[in-house]
Design a protein around this ligand. Structure first.
Ligand SMILES: Nc1nc2c(ncn2[C@@H]2O[C@H](COP(=O)(O)OP(=O)(O)OP(=O)(O)O)[C@@H](O)[C@H]2O)c(=O)[nH]1
Ligand SMILES: [Mg+2]
Length: 601
């Protein structure tokens, strides 16, 4: 392929600023697209969980053609928990499209991803997206982007960035926001004119840094990266190497490039191209695939360390083994240890009691939990904990920067909630009916706040946070004020029994559900735990048979999401996950034993 006609561009932005939607349009309006082809919405969000949640979790490669140019596109996740991913895949890019929402302007993760692009000295094309929004404030957004780049000590060339204005959702872009168009030609032109062709010596020894790993049902692990030197062909002998390690040589069995969002088999590839290489069984991200006769590894990645961890345990609840396919400790262990092979931001350790799984944030771990459930695993987890460190002899904990945009009427609520969570306000800006609040807050404090935030602001607020730095431990933060209602015996819940419990608190399950002794069935309205009978039936009368439970009408019970459960439980509680159920329980199921245990501790 003609190196000068190649472009490798990564699309980066804060969460929801429209990256995947822009990629749809790039595919739709590129020359490689046949007219009759229909592209499904957010095509690159191909994982079920991505479709359901409307966010990108894993970065993905694709490509299109424009005139005689071949453009490789890397769609990246915008959520802070997946920032490690962005950092890695930027190594495949020769420039970035930096999208920013025309109303929101740069948000915490905009700063993070832009910082990574500037550090790699990548040219930046700024795309002010969503200019169709009524609340768009284009000039302000551009000033903000400029200030951001100045703050990052960007070079003069970078500060002289090209700007394109777009409405990805409506399929158009323009160089002049006063002139509406009906296509995204301005985006394509910016890519070919402002993002350079890849560099590298086509005749040098073969080198490709592995930036991500994909799985193919037939070929196993596929190592994806950009060729930075030389060429590769089927049947070549190559090794995977780092500065301290060289694998045995393998023969390249298959080679793929990306066409639209699909893998296409090819015979050979040369410098500048982004390809997937099959043949290595155990290859890892950060290793370099390089010629077997003259191996020259490239420097590997420095990935930000994990900030929170959760203990995974085999499921030992009385209902275990009824819904899942994989239940044993060994199956769980094997699966957990497999994850860090493709997600290097995740760490797994055996800790005697179970497995400590550490990641970049709540969402990173909760998405993993959901993934395991869907694969058929049963397991339990304990309360998420932040990872403390000792820095200069002092106990330290992770802090985040939180940006909150709310309608001014809810500020009081937010300030109160942030206070309880030990957040410190660093900035407050009023802008019309909205106010932007910026806080520095311990990660512990913000864990699980998203759901409450939605309630506090009646869904009218936007909050996002990203890891800032380790700082001094701030002391106890007590978030759960209430105790729980705990089932005293195993059985099926009855409406009759639950009705009697409604004034004790808020129930989290309904009638006709199998529960076990020690399972949590609701939140207590007071601060202590209360053991209750959730299964008792009505006394027999000669009018009605026992079991006809239907005359009772229960208030609909509270449905807790996975994330809400994670932030709800305390140290003596667990969450039990199966493919069908999420149950909360006391670690010690029997009330007597629980009491004895708490006395002796
Ligand atoms: N009004 C408007 N909405 C848009 C535009 N582009 C995207 N959206 C909407 O913004 C939301 C987020 O779009 P995505 O493309 O998923 O955003 P993303 O940047 O890929 O998000 P993550 O990958 O999760 O970081 C969707 O509801 C889109 O329909 C636009 O130009 N105008
Ligand atoms: Mg996306």
């Amino acid at each position: 392929m003609d190196q000068s006609k190649l472009r490798n561009v990564a699309i980066i932005a804060h969460v929801d600023h429209g990256k995947t939607t822009m990629v749809d349009e790039i595919f739709k309006q590129s020359d490689s697209m046949q007219a009759h082809h229909v592209i499904e919405e957010r095509l690159m969000d191909s994982i079920d969980l991505e479709k359901e949640r409307g966010i990108t979790i894993k970065s993905k490669n694709g490509s299109c053609t424009y005139g005689d140019y071949f453009i490789n596109i890397i769609d990246t996740p915008g959520h802070a928990d997946f920032g490690g991913e962005v950092e890695r895949v930027l190594k495949m890019a020769d420039g970035v499209l930096f999208l920013v929402d025309a109303a929101e302007g740069p948000m915490p993760q905009s700063f993070f991803v832009l910082k990574k692009a500037v550090a790699l000295n990548l040219p930046v094309v700024v795309v002010v997206n969503k200019i169709d929004k009524e609340t768009a404030r284009i000039e302000w957004v551009i000033d903000q982007v400029f200030d951001l780049l100045v703050g990052l000590n960007a070079s003069d060339e970078t500060l002289d960035f090209k700007i394109v204005y777009a409405s990805a959702k409506n399929g158009w872009a323009t160089d002049d926001y006063n002139v509406k168009t009906n296509n995204i030609k301005a985006i394509f032109e910016a890519i070919v004119n402002y993002i350079p062709a890849p560099k590298g010596d086509p005749n040098g020894p073969f080198q490709m840094l592995v930036s991500s790993i994909d799985h193919s049902a037939f070929m196993g692990r596929l190592a994806i990266g950009k060729i930075t030197s030389g060429a590769i062909a089927i049947a070549n002998n190559v090794v995977a190497a780092t500065e301290s390690f060289t694998s045995p040589a393998i023969r390249v069995s298959k080679l793929y490039k990306f066409e639209r969002n699909k893998h296409i088999e090819i015979e050979s590839a040369s410098v500048g191209e982004i390809v997937a290489v099959a043949g290595f069984k155990d290859i890892l991200v950060g290793q370099t695939i390089t010629s077997a006769s003259n191996p020259i590894p490239l420097p590997s990645f420095q990935i930000d360390p994990p900030t929170i961890s959760i203990r995974f345990l085999p499921n030992d609840s009385p209902l275990s083994g009824q819904e899942g396919e994989f239940v044993t400790s060994r199956q769980l262990r094997d699966r957990l240890h497999r994850e860090p092979l493709s997600d290097i931001a995740m760490q797994v350790e055996d800790d005697g009691l179970g497995f400590k799984v550490s990641g970049r944030g709540e969402l990173h771990l909760s998405i993993f939990i959901e993934k395991l459930r869907r694969e058929g695993y049963e397991f339990q987890v304990s309360r998420p904990e932040v990872i403390f460190k000792t820095i200069d002899g002092k106990k330290s904990e992770p802090y985040e920067t939180v940006t909150i945009d709310v309608s001014t009427q809810y500020i009081g609520k937010i300030i109160e909630a942030m206070g309880i969570r030990k957040g410190q306000m660093t900035n407050m800006q009023e802008d019309g009916p909205m106010t932007r609040l910026i806080y520095k807050i311990p990660t512990r404090g913000i864990l699980g706040y998203q759901a409450d935030f939605m309630m506090d602001t009646k869904g009218m607020g936007v909050m996002s946070s990203s890891f800032d730095e380790y700082g001094p431990y701030i002391g106890e933060i007590r978030l759960r004020q209430n105790g729980v209602l705990v089932a005293m015996e195993s059985g099926k819940t009855t409406a009759y029994a639950l009705e009697g419990l409604e004034d004790r608190g808020v129930l989290i399950l309904g009638s006709g559900v199998n529960v076990y002794e020690g399972q949590i069935i609701g939140k207590h309205s007071r601060d202590n735990d209360l053991t209750v009978n959730a299964c008792k039936g009505k006394k027999l009368t000669n009018m009605r048979a026992s079991g006809s439970d239907d005359a009772t009408t229960l208030t609909p019970h509270l449905q807790m999401t996975l994330e809400q459960c994670l932030s709800f439980i305390t140290d003596d509680e667990l969450i039990e996950f199966t493919p069908q159920s999420i149950r909360l329980r006391k670690m010690i199921l029997n009330e007597g034993e629980r009491k004895r245990h708490s006395k002796t501790n």
